[in-house]
Each structure stands twice: as C-alpha cells, then as structure tokens.
Design a protein around this ligand. Structure first.
Ligand SMILES: [Zn+2]
Length: 350
C-alpha cells in the first residue's frame, strides 16, 4: 500500500472516536517495532521523523525504510510525517521526498528556539498549507509554545509560559487552513515533564476542551504526551542508569483528550526509555556479549510492547481495515474543491 494521507487517517479516527499514536523513528529497529505492533493490534499508524532524525539517518535511508514498511504491511495504513518542521524549506523537502504529512511549527522562529509572533506563525504556516494541499499533503500547525527541548528543538521552560489562547487558535485555523493543530496545554518535550502526577494546575485539559468546542473540524494534536511510566524508568535505573524520577501525561488524561477532539498523540520518550532499559539489561546481565543483535532484538521487542499498549489505549487498535486508503491525488482534489476545507467559516457552511 502506498503511504496514506494523514488527513484521511485523522478524519477516520474522528468518525470512529479514537486517537492515533504518532511514533518517532531514527532507525530500522524502531520502524520495525512500530510495524510489529501495528500488525499485532491491526492499527493504522503515523510514523514521524524530526529534523534531527532525518539528519541522523540521512533522508534517503529513512524514507526507503518507511517505503519498505508500507510494502511489507499492505494491510496497515501508514502516514509518514515530518515532526516539527522549522521552515517552509524543511516542509517542502519532506514533501519532495514523499512524506504524506508535515508539521510546520511556526510557533518558534527558524532557529527552533525563539518564540515567534502570531503574524509570523500565520504567514509561514499558510505558505506551507498552500504548497502541501496542492499536492494532497496534510499540514499540522502549532499555536502556543510547548515546554522543554528535544532534539535541540524547543523553547525550554515548563510549558505553562505560553498556553494556547482559544480565540487565537480559532483565528489561526481560519487564516491558515491547517488540517491539524498542536496546542500548548502545559505539556513539555523530553522525559522531565512534571515534578509530580499532573493535575489541572499544570495540565490544562479545560483549555483543550474549550478549543475543541470552538474548532470541531480541526484535529487536535497532543505533543510531549509520553506517559513516562515508572516501570520503564526503573528498568533503566536498575541497570546503571541515572534518571531523576519524573511524571509524564497520564494515559487517562490522553483518553479524556481523545473524547474531546484529540486525534494525534505524539509519543517518543516512552520508546526511548524502553529501548535504553532493554539494552542496559543485556549489558549488565551478560557483559560478555558483543553482537549488536543480542541487545537490539530485545530493544526492538521492548519498544514494540510499549507501542502496542499505546495503540490499544488510544483506541486505534482494530481499525486498520475500516477504510480504503485514497490516493494522494484524490486528496489534493478534495482540497481544491473545498470538501476538505476545515476553516471555521467554510466548514460551517457545509
Ligand atoms: Zn512535539
């Protein structure tokens, strides 16, 4: 099966009332782990690569691996997504490679660190939407600024400094026409999200619900949404790691989000922890081993387990065969004739 439009995956998720995990990849084993989990749970899936991942793996290696995943798993709809594009050029290069979705993160300037102005964000995002939609490619934007730093990307901070304003979210959706919108509700990138189990003072689910009420046709995206479970932290530390105890986003909060318009949930940290824990265990228990397969295989298996669990918790499990993927050229027609227009003023007239 060719790679599928992320918009179609998310529209179907909205119809079915479930969320779709977007899992980050840098190498073959991570892609295999995701596909093993998707196959086992019969899940449609979003695979995503950050700028750092594209650099690490080199564009062509990574993209050919995704194509292999699609070819080997024809029953699984797969969307390939650029995570946190920092500029029009980054998004354009992903689309030229064959990615079926891009994130234009215009909440930060091109350096990926400094918060931008609202007008700058609208301008660059609208430009990416024009280029992408003409080619049937999905666009995710971001309004408000997330906390933390990951892969050198992020403004830092706790995530509470720039919570998304619902009025601005509506104006942003209207002026850009994005398919999906990442919002800042107190979450952060990386492992250190919260210093205790988060409550409403640090994780603003009420803001998310308010935005969904105003923007029912724009798919919401939760970033920094690893749950950072204690058992995964413990395995790393048990075998010589030195992680400070930390709290992520509880799965039940993500599920509340899914009941309120969240269709894409980004997960990276949990998989990193699972991989690192499994490798450390092999190194600690059998220091005589030196064949990379001796630790990469358990690492891949550990990541697969986490991904399969999230797929079940997000509700995407069992939905791989629900629909027939549309050609990306058909999706482009839908943007051109207005049937896929999500701008509040247009969607209201349908
Ligand atoms: Zn993110």
């Amino acid at each position: 099966m060719p790679l599928v439009s992320m918009r179609q995956l998310l529209d179907e998720a909205a119809k079915g009332g479930y969320g779709v995990g977007a899992f980050n990849v840098n190498d073959m084993e991570q892609i295999q782990a995701i596909m093993m989990a998707a196959k086992e749970t019969k899940s449609p899936v979003i695979v995503q690569a950050s700028r750092g991942a594209r650099q690490f793996a080199e564009d062509l290696y990574l993209f050919r691996l995704i194509q292999a995943a699609a070819e080997l798993n024809p029953e699984i709809p797969i969307a390939m997504h650029q995570d946190h594009g920092n500029s029009y050029e980054t998004c354009k290069s992903a689309i030229e490679l064959g990615y079926t979705s891009v994130m234009m993160d215009g909440s930060l300037k091109e350096d990926g660190k400094t918060p931008s102005t609202f007008e700058e964000n609208v301008e660059v995002t609208r430009k990416v939407v024009e280029y992408a939609h003409a080619r049937g490619v999905t666009v995710e934007g971001e309004i408000g600024v997330l906390g933390g730093v990951e892969d050198g990307h992020g403004a830092g901070g706790t995530g509470l400094e720039h919570i998304t304003d619902p009025d601005q979210a509506v104006e942003f959706a209207e002026r850009t026409g994005v398919d999906a919108l990442a919002i800042a509700i107190g979450t952060s990138h990386g492992a250190y999200k919260f210093t205790k189990k988060p409550d409403g003072s640090v994780l603003k689910m009420d803001v998310l619900i308010a935005i969904h009420k105003r923007l029912p046709h724009t798919h919401l995206v939760m970033h920094g949404s690893s749950s950072v479970p204690k058992d995964l932290q413990d395995i790393v530390n048990q075998y010589g790691g030195k992680l400070k105890q930390t709290w992520g986003v509880p799965v039940e909060e993500i599920q509340l989000g899914i009941r309120n318009g969240v269709r894409k949930i980004n997960v990276d940290t949990d998989n990193r922890l699972a991989i690192t824990g499994a490798i450390r265990k092999v190194f600690a228990e059998t220091p005589e081993k030196f064949d990379p397969r001796d630790y990469l295989k358990p690492a891949r298996e550990a990541m697969k387990k986490v991904v399969a669990l999230r797929m079940t918790q997000f509700g995407q499990a069992g939905h791989a065969g629900d629909y027939k993927p549309m050609a990306i050229t058909e999706i482009a027609k839908g943007y051109a004739n207005g049937t896929l227009d999500t701008r509040p003023s247009m969607a209201a007239t349908r």
